[in-house]
Write a protein that binds this ligand. Structure first.
Ligand SMILES: *Cc1c(COP(=O)(O)O)cnc(C)c1O
Length: 234
């Protein structure tokens, strides 16, 4: 087995074990292989071992890479997004995880109207209230959900977060727990066009804790493809 296939198999086992610890059905959790900065050939290698969902963070890189991937993969956009770049993603994605402001949602709506297709989105929450991070503040989340939920083409499917960096993985657990609480509160509003079935949280260092706290989409890069070079380095 290739190293990538091996890594994916091991992560799936760890996800299943985390599910067992909290009595969840492993089929509720989907693994997104974060392929940013990695070549199309590695996406193909992962697909060959059964991996279907891939996450990308940079618009330009995605534009270059996606046409090089022949396999029918499902692309998820998980990175920060400027409104003027949304047009390059139109029609190419299964889900956008990083909707954190109304102006961005409006532009996504406008672009997907052109192709008359729905687009699933998650609302990104700045769960650690970190000034340097993107994401909607929890206090503003209900208002954003109500506004985005009304836009044509957009289907809100849940929430996403990038919690504060913690040296001990266990320290992020309260943030994941709070995400689940927020999703529950929004679900109870029963807004049309809004469901809270997805919680996108957990990365290489903390995905098991995220699964224990209710994640349905975990975004794992390094543990599958190895360390990344910093952007801008060869
Ligand atoms: C890069 C990235 C990941 C994957 O991080 P790893 O630590 O490599 O698993 C997950 N989510 C987002 C939003 C990312 O940008």
């Amino acid at each position: 087995m290739s190293e990538i296939a091996d890594n994916i198999a091991r992560i799936q086992e760890r996800i299943a074990a985390a599910c067992r610890r909290v009595d969840r059905d492993p089929s509720e959790v989907r693994l997104i292989a974060v392929s940013k900065v990695k070549p199309a050939a590695q996406v193909e290698a992962a697909f060959a071992s059964g991996q279907k969902l891939f996450g990308e963070s940079y618009v330009q890189e995605f534009r270059d890479k996606a046409p090089q991937v022949q396999a029918p993969v499902e692309w998820h956009f998980i990175g920060g997004l400027q409104s003027n770049k949304v047009k390059y993603l139109r029609g190419k994605l299964a889900m956008i995880h990083s909707v954190d402001r109304l102006s961005l949602a409006q532009e996504i709506s406008r672009q997907w109207q052109k192709i008359e297709q729905p687009i699933q989105v998650l609302l990104q929450v700045n769960i650690g209230l970190e000034p340097q991070k993107s994401g909607c503040l929890p206090a503003d989340l209900e208002q954003l959900t109500r506004a985005v939920g009304k836009l044509p083409q957009l289907q809100i499917r849940g929430l996403m977060c990038l919690p504060p960096h913690c040296d001990a993985a266990e320290a992020v657990r309260p943030y994941f727990r709070e995400m689940r609480q927020l999703a529950k509160q929004l679900e109870q509003l029963e807004l049309p066009g809004v469901s809270m079935q997805e919680l996108s949280m957990g990365m290489s260092g903390d995905f098991e804790i995220a699964v224990e706290e209710g994640a349905t989409l975990v975004r794992v890069g390094t543990a599958i493809f190895g360390e990344r070079q910093k952007k801008g380095q060869p």
